[in-house]
Design a binder for this molecule. Structure first.
Ligand SMILES: [Zn+2]
Ligand SMILES: [Zn+2]
Length: 387
C-alpha cells in the first residue's frame, strides 16, 4: 500500500487507545504496520493497550477525497494488512454508491451501466463495419424495371430539397417525414423495396448508432436517420439527367407494358380506397385496420368499378349500416360493399360515380398524370389494360 499522509486521516474517528499519541505518531504507526513491522513490537513501542487482533481496528478512518461518481466524501476503515496486499484506495468501495476507482473491477451501478454502454457502442460499430463490408449490387439505369423507376422517381420527388445534393458521381436523399402516398403502408413498402434491392444505400458516414440486428438476425438500420445514396449508374453518366428522367417518367415507356400499368393502377386504387375508408371511419371514431377480407372485397370491386364508383358504394354501405344496424363498423362496410357491388354486377346496373378529384398525393398524381396520361379518368374509369 502507498504511504498515507496526515491529511488523509480522520482523527475524530480514532480509537481512544491511541489518544495518547500525537497525530504524526499515529501516522507513523499506521505506515509502519503496513510496511510489515511486527504488531507486538509496535504495541510495545507506542505503549498501546490493545490486543494484537484488534490492533488495526483502532486506526482512524482514511479520507480518500471525493467519490468520482456520486461526489460524496469517501471515508474508509482500514483493513488488516493480510487483506491489504493490494491497493486500498483503489479497491475500497464508496459507502454511498459502492464505486471503486478501478474501472474494470468496480461493480457499482454507474460503472456497470457505463461498461454496458461501451459494449453496445462497440456492437453497433461492428454491425456498421460488417454492413459496409458487403459489396452492394450495382444497378445500371438501363436495366431498371418500371417498378423501380416509378418508386425511385417518387422517392426523389418527395424527398429532394433545395440544397445541392447532386454531385458528379452521386445523388443523396434523406427520408424525412412525408406522405407522398395515400397510405403510410404503401410508402413503407416502396421505401423497403428500394432499400432491400440496394437501389438506395446508406451513406458510409452514417453514424454506427443507427445500425441494429433485426428479427431475422441480419443487419438493419433506422432509415429515417440515414442519408441515402441513390445506387444507380445513369446510362449517360449524368445524375442530374437521371433525376429528371425519374421524376418525370416517360409515358410511352410505361404504356408499352400494359400489364404493369394495369396492376399499378389497381394497386394505387386500392390504397386510395383504404385511405378513404379510414377517413370515413374516423367520423365514427373508429380506426381502419387493413384486413384480408376488406382487401379482397375492394380488389374484387376494382375489377368492375372505378375508384369513384366504389367511393359511392362505400357511402351507400355506411348509410345502410346506419339504417339497419344503427352503427358503423369496418365489418359492416365490408359486408355491405360486397352486397351492393355483387348485386350491381349481377343486375348489370350502373353505379353513379362519386364526384371526386384526383387525390392530392405525389404517387397518384405522378401515375395518373405522367405515367398513364389520363388525369382524373384514373379515378372515374374502371382500371383497364386498354390504355
Ligand atoms: Zn460514491
Ligand atoms: Zn463504479
Amino acid at each position: 500500500m502507498q504511504e498515507l499522509n496526515i491529511e488523509q486521516l480522520v482523527f475524530s474517528t480514532v480509537n481512544k487507545c491511541l489518544n495518547h499519541l500525537e497525530k504524526q505518531e499515529i501516522l507513523d504507526l499506521i505506515n509502519k504496520y503496513y510496511q510489515g513491522e511486527s504488531v507486538a513490537s509496535l504495541i510495545e513501542e507506542y505503549q498501546i493497550s490493545v490486543s494484537s487482533r484488534q490492533f488495526y481496528k483502532a486506526f482512524p478512518k482514511v479520507n480518500l477525497g471525493k467519490c468520482k461518481v456520486c461526489n460524496e466524501m469517501k471515508e474508509i476503515e482500514l483493513q488488516s494488512r493480510s487483506k491489504e496486499l493490494q491497493d486500498i484506495p483503489n479497491k475500497s468501495p464508496c459507502n454511498i454508491c459502492n464505486h471503486v476507482e478501478d474501472p474494470y473491477y468496480c461493480s457499482c451501478n454507474f460503472c456497470k451501466k457505463k461498461r454496458e454502454e461501451e459494449k453496445a457502442i462497440k456492437h453497433k460499430e461492428d454491425l456498421k463495419l460488417k454492413f459496409f463490408s458487403q459489396k452492394f449490387k450495382e444497378n445500371y439505369e438501363e436495366k431498371l424495371d418500371l417498378k423501380a423507376k416509378l418508386y425511385l422517381g417518387l422517392l426523389i420527388k418527395t424527398y429532394q430539397d433545395e440544397t445541392d445534393n447532386i454531385l458528379l458521381d452521386s445523388y443523396s436523399l434523406w427520408l424525412k417525414d412525408s406522405k407522398p402516398t395515400p397510405t403510410v403502408e404503401l410508402l413503407e413498402e416502396i421505401e423497403d423495396y428500394l432499400i432491400q434491392n440496394y437501389f438506395i444505400v446508406p451513406d458510409q458516414d452514417t453514424p454506427a448508432q443507427y445500425f441494429y440486428l433485426n428479427e431475422e438476425d441480419s443487419i438493419s438500420f433506422q432509415k429515417r436517420n440515414v442519408l441515402f445514396q441513390v445506387n444507380i449508374i445513369p446510362f449517360d453518366g449524368n445524375f442530374e439527367n437521371l433525376v429528371m428522367r425519374l421524376i418525370y417518367p416517360n409515358s410511352d415507356e410505361f404504356l408499352a407494358d400494359k400489364n404493369f400499368c394495369y396492376r399499378m393502377w389497381k394497386k394505387i386504387g386500392l390504397e386510395i380506397l383504404f385511405e378513404h375508408t379510414s377517413i370515413q371511419l374516423r367520423e365514427f371514431n373508429l380506426m381502419f385496420v387493413r384486413k384480408k377480407k376488406i382487401k379482397q372485397v375492394y380488389t374484387y370491386l376494382l375489377n368492375h368499378f372505378s375508384v369513384s364508383q366504389i367511393f359511392h358504394i362505400i357511402s351507400m354501405s355506411i348509410s345502410k349500416a346506419l339504417l339497419l344496424d344503427s352503427t358503423v363498423t369496418l365489418d359492416l362496410i365490408e359486408q355491405y360493399c360486397e352486397d351492393i357491388g355483387t348485386k350491381a354486377i349481377a343486375n348489370n346496373s350502373d353505379i353513379e360515380p362519386y364526384n371526386c378529384k384526383v387525390p392530392d398525393n405525389i404517387i397518384t398524381k405522378m401515375f395518373f398524370y405522367n405515367v398513364l396520361n389520363i388525369s382524373y379518368l384514373g379515378m372515374s374509369e374502371m382500371p383497364t389494360m386498354d390504355l
